[in-house]
Design a protein around this ligand. Structure first.
Ligand SMILES: Nc1nc2c(c(=O)[nH]1)N[C@H]1C(S)=C(S)[C@@H](COP(=O)(O)OP(=O)(O)OC[C@H]3O[C@@H](n4cnc5c(=O)[nH]c(N)nc54)[C@H](O)[C@@H]3O)O[C@H]1N2
Ligand SMILES: Nc1nc2c(c(=O)[nH]1)N[C@H]1C(S)=C(S)[C@@H](COP(=O)(O)OP(=O)(O)OC[C@H]3O[C@@H](n4cnc5c(=O)[nH]c(N)nc54)[C@H](O)[C@@H]3O)O[C@H]1N2
Ligand code: SF4
Ligand SMILES: [Mo]
Length: 888
């Protein structure tokens, strides 16, 4: 960690698209603390578990601190020269389309702006795509089809002002926790506000739902088409709005109404009563917001899903007014900023269109650039195909980890490994992607970098540095400008993020005159001092505007040439991909306390204690059918690849489906990279991968031995058929499984945990059961311990982990440890539920048994759930579970 700059800095959380304002404080010893910014209009002081653990992710462990060329440290000049030379050579020999950038919604707008400008305006190719392709591209495509531009019409406040909030394909409680908290608070204050959750799983979000529709995978179009057909028969239709501001209603209605009710039930997997209840709620409620996220976008019919939803809002004229509208929840902190600068391969900067010659000409005149890409470039999945077959000869990956997050991940890895020249800009030295880089460039991370991000409600906020750059790390925009200059391009003399932002603002206003939604002309000519103190603001904010208009389309004004919105007639597609050989539907997504590929959240012991292992969640009857018991391991297979995960048997999951997190990767587990199993199937309009509906088979993973271990040092050489690492206080915790016994367990430990000769072993083995316990000490310190059994190991995990920090001077303590059970007075708190206060499940169960029967009562007793509130739904679940058991 670098040294401090100012005692307190207002900045923005680097995780989800809620875009919470936070205040980072650096004390005299350089210790950082982070809290919510009460003045930020996205969160008004709130943060979630990830936001409140930010300070724990800032250490320099594993950081990339200097440029590397083929694994060897290099000077910046040398590395940048090489990148420029190799890109120029590829272009000279094979043309501009032989190079590509694959970037990220975690770049700041200023970084993103420069990357896009370099590729589209100077190299002259549109081969720049971003992980937003895997995230928001169906929403972008759906918006453009309906509105004529990629416009999110509403704002967060609408969720609080609505009388009905529909959450479809969104696990808001875990993925946008502060919006969830705002919604939950609004509902508590005004119980008339109804919430409908549409999700195949009963997620924690369903905790506040008045109605949970456990829809079949990809049943959304059928459901919203059914809704449109229903609305058309009622007075909920807004004839005036339809006539004045839209086109194409009758075609959309004709397709929607062709489906009969029994077919609707079949396609959605829902009962007649619940469908009617949902339709009638929508029909009767004027103020309705429909929020959607990856359960909608990440689908082979994602764009059509988006339009099926928008159709219902257009038909009722419920858009752009207080408490109404379709609302795409963006994932990454700067998914929206990336869209503003044209980061997708089929878009131009400032929401201009690559298909439109006038837009291309306008952009080129603004940049005064030598080239202008004249057609869309490759979308992510096709881009990596082009890398695989040699069309792309030089690739620059920035702020994303495609070997983990792209579908068909093993093929993507092979493509990157075989590419003649790969540059990776990252904050970490070792990720699944950096291991294949020819050139590694050390980037500034959160707390060091400086610029702006745009959240889901179009609010632009500053990310400000409060730590100095560590080692040789440099900003992503700087790296891009340096390479551009070395490639001989003018136009990259930017000396600071504020200069880039000013150019971006100027472009947004350039020949705009109301023709494009994205206009922040009020910020044209903004100098550095004003940029430094810039307050969060929502766009549009054209020149002379006071920024009070925060919604679009209440009175039409769409961006199609005729100013009208389009209904899109969408067919409900065939959705079941399962076969006799691959009978389960794999659905992948997120957990509360990890962020993507865990490169940052994986550093926090608190966050890692919530769910410490990759898992496959399945219904009890399915588990029984395939012979998997609780805590067994399970192997999941598709024609693309395999993964091994811990079984998590739960009634929240519907039959015939399995949920697995997207987070784990080769740095944290042996074979949990779930995208190795996901095929590269994409939505035909947006090119977004279908990550939520994959046909797989599942079977128990036969293990002869299961193990659990703790180690002070990070293990690097785990020779086991299954392993999963998680950060713990004072070290690491490791789950293990072996398909056969190892001949010399002590030696195995010495290698795995990097133990020197001086490490003193203490062990115990039970020949009959096969149980084995081995611990290694140095003086009164524990170095590592291994617990082995033929069954999943029953040792109390959090108690064992706490031993890493304990003193082991006395022999009795050492024996207690080897016995693997807490001795007298050493209760096991159980898996962490509340990460803010480190409260475990067993403690909560204890409090419930002691008479705390509400979340508030548990909070009073244990503090759990009283800080960020992200775990309140889980606490309620535990209370309900305990009370139900007690009643039996
Ligand atoms: N904790 C945490 N928060 C995050 C992130 C993170 O990594 N960790 N990442 C951020 C990013 S980049 C993103 S994009 C967002 C994603 O936020 P979300 O989209 O809310 O998260 P997911 O878990 O990907 O998927 C949401 C839900 O879609 C459901 N679903 C699956 N198939 C269908 C279907 O056919 N129809 C419907 N209606 N639902 C379906 C899944 O069961 C799942 O519960 O989260 C952001 N926030
Ligand atoms: N199966 C499945 N796959 C999915 C999804 C899913 O739901 N299911 N979701 C998809 C979605 S929505 C998304 S958004 C993607 C996310 O997937 P990725 O973008 O691959 O995930 P991250 O872990 O966020 O990767 C960010 C990388 O950038 C580095 N980094 C962090 N900050 C900086 C910085 O300031 N500069 C630079 N240069 N590097 C930085 C991090 O160390 C990390 O290596 O995954 C997608 N893949
Ligand atoms: S909800 Fe949590 S992760 Fe998202 S921006 Fe706010 S604090 Fe960060
Ligand atoms: Mo995302």
């Amino acid at each position: 960690m670098g040294t401090n700059m100012a005692p307190e800095t207002k900045t923005t959380c680097p995780y989800c698209g809620v875009g919470c304002g936070v205040i980072a404080r650096v004390d005299e010893d350089g210790k950082v603390s982070v809290k919510g910014d009460p003045d930020h209009p996205a969160n008004f002081g709130r943060v979630c578990s990830k936001g409140s653990a930010l300070a724990e992710t800032l250490d320099l462990d594993g950081r990339l601190l200097e440029p590397e060329i083929r694994g060897k440290a290099a000077a910046w000049g040398e590395a940048l020269d090489l990148v420029a030379e190799r890109f120029s050579a590829a272009i000279a020999e094979h043309g501009p389309d032989s190079v590509a950038f694959y970037v990220s919604g975690q770049l700041l707008t200023e970084d993103y702006y420069v990357a896009n400008k370099l590729m589209k305006g100077y190299i002259g190719s549109a081969n720049i795509d971003t992980n937003s392709r895997l995230c928001m591209s169906s929403s972008v495509a759906g918006h453009r089809r309906a509105f004529g531009s990629d416009t999110v019409p509403g704002c967060y406040e609408d969720l609080e002002l609505a009388d009905l909030v529909i959450l479809t394909g969104s696990n808001l409680a875990w993925c946008h926790p502060v919006i969830y908290q705002r919604l939950a608070a609004a509902k508590a204050a005004r119980p008339g506000l109804k919430v409908v959750v549409i999700d195949p799983r009963r997620t924690m979000t369903a905790d506040i739902a008045d109605l949970h529709l456990a829809i079949r995978p990809d049943g959304d179009i059928a459901l919203f088409n059914g809704l449109l057909a229903h609305l058309a028969k009622t007075s909920a239709i807004d004839e005036n709005y339809l006539a004045a501001h839209t086109n194409g209603f009758s075609e959309a209605f004709a397709v929607a109404s062709a489906m009969r009710f029994p077919e609707l039930m079949e396609r959605t997997g829902l009962g007649a009563r619940e469908i009617r209840q949902f339709f009638s709620l929508f029909e009767r409620t004027e103020k309705v917001v429909t929020c959607y996220s990856q359960g909608v976008n990440q689908s082979s019919s994602g764009t059509d899903k988006v339009n099926a939803i928008i159709n219902c809002h257009l038909a009722t004229g419920r858009i752009g007014r207080q408490g109404m509208g379709p609302f795409s929840l963006t994932g990454q902190p700067n998914a929206m900023g990336g869209r503003e600068v044209g980061g997708l391969s089929n878009m131009l900067a400032a929401h201009m269109s690559i298909e439109d010659p006038a837009d291309r000409d306008r952009l080129q005149r603004f940049w005064q650039s030598p080239e202008m890409a004249d057609r869309a470039g490759l979308k992510a999945v096709d881009m990596f195909r082009a890398v695989a077959d040699g069309r792309i000869r030089a690739l620059w990956i920035m702020a994303t980890n495609p070997v983990v997050s792209m579908p068909d991940a093993d093929a993507v890895e092979a493509a990157i490994a075989a590419c003649p020249f790969v540059v990776v800009s990252d904050v970490l030295k070792l990720t699944d992607t950096t291991r294949h880089a020819h050139v590694l460039l050390p980037s500034l991370g959160w707390g060091e970098k400086d610029g702006t991000v745009t959240n889901s409600e179009r609010r632009i906020s500053r990310q400000r540095p409060f730590l100095t750059a560590p080692g040789e790390a440099r900003a992503d925009w700087w790296q891009l400008c340096e390479v551009a200059r070395r490639m001989g391009f003018d136009g990259f003399d930017h000396a600071s993020p504020s200069e880039i932002f000013a150019e971006h603002a100027a472009l947004s206003a350039f020949e705009n005159g109301g023709s494009r939604d994205f206009d922040i002309g009020a910020y044209v000519g903004l100098g550095d001092p004003a940029y430094q103190v810039m307050k969060p603001f929502q766009w549009p904010q054209p020149k002379g505007d006071d920024g009070r208009v925060t919604r679009f389309f209440a009175r039409g004004g769409y961006y199609h040439p005729d100013g009208r919105a389009r209904f899109i007639a969408v067919q409900a597609p065939e959705t079941d991909r399962t076969t006799a050989e691959f009978p389960f539907t794999l659905n992948t997504g997120r957990i509360r306390d990890q962020w993507h590929t865990m490169t940052r959240t994986g550093k926090s012991a608190r966050l890692s204690a919530h769910i410490a292992e990759p898992f496959a969640e399945l219904h009890p009857r399915d588990a029984q059918m395939i012979g998997v018991g609780g805590a067994d391991l399970i192997e999941i297979e598709s024609p693309r690849g395999k993964a091994v995960l811990r079984a998590l048997i739960s009634e929240r999951q519907t039959r015939d489906s399995i949920f697995a997190p997207m987070h784990w990767n080769d740095q944290f587990s042996a074979r949990a990279r779930i995208d190795a199993v996901v095929p590269p199937l994409t939505d035909p309009v947006s090119g977004q991968p279908a990550s939520k509906n994959v046909a797989v088979s599942a079977r128990p993973f036969a293990a002869a031995f299961y193990g659990f271990a703790i180690s002070v040092a990070k293990p690097f050489n785990l020779q086991a058929d299954y392993w999963a690492l998680a950060k713990a206080d004072g070290g690491w915790r490791i789950e293990l499984a072996f398909s056969q016994a190892v001949t010399d367990w002590p030696q195995w430990c010495r290698v795995a945990f990097g133990l020197g000769e001086g490490a003193e072993p203490l062990g115990y083995a039970d020949q009959q059961t096969g149980d084995l316990r081995l611990a290694f000490f140095s003086g009164d310190k524990l170095l590592a311990a291994l617990f082995l059994a033929r069954e999943p190991v029953a040792v109390a995990r959090s108690w064992a982990v706490s031993q890493l920090a304990a003193e082991h001077g006395n022999l009795r303590k050492r024996f207690t440890l080897v016995a693997g059970r807490p001795g007298v007075g050493g209760a096991d708190p159980g898996a962490t539920v509340c990460s803010c206060f480190g409260v475990g499940v067993n403690q909560i169960v204890g409090a419930v048994r002691g008479g705390c029967h509400s979340v508030e009562a548990v909070g009073k007793e244990l503090n759990a759930g009283t800080n960020c509130g992200s775990c309140r739904a889980e606490i309620r679940g535990i209370i309900d579970g305990c009370l139900a058991t007690a009643a039996e």
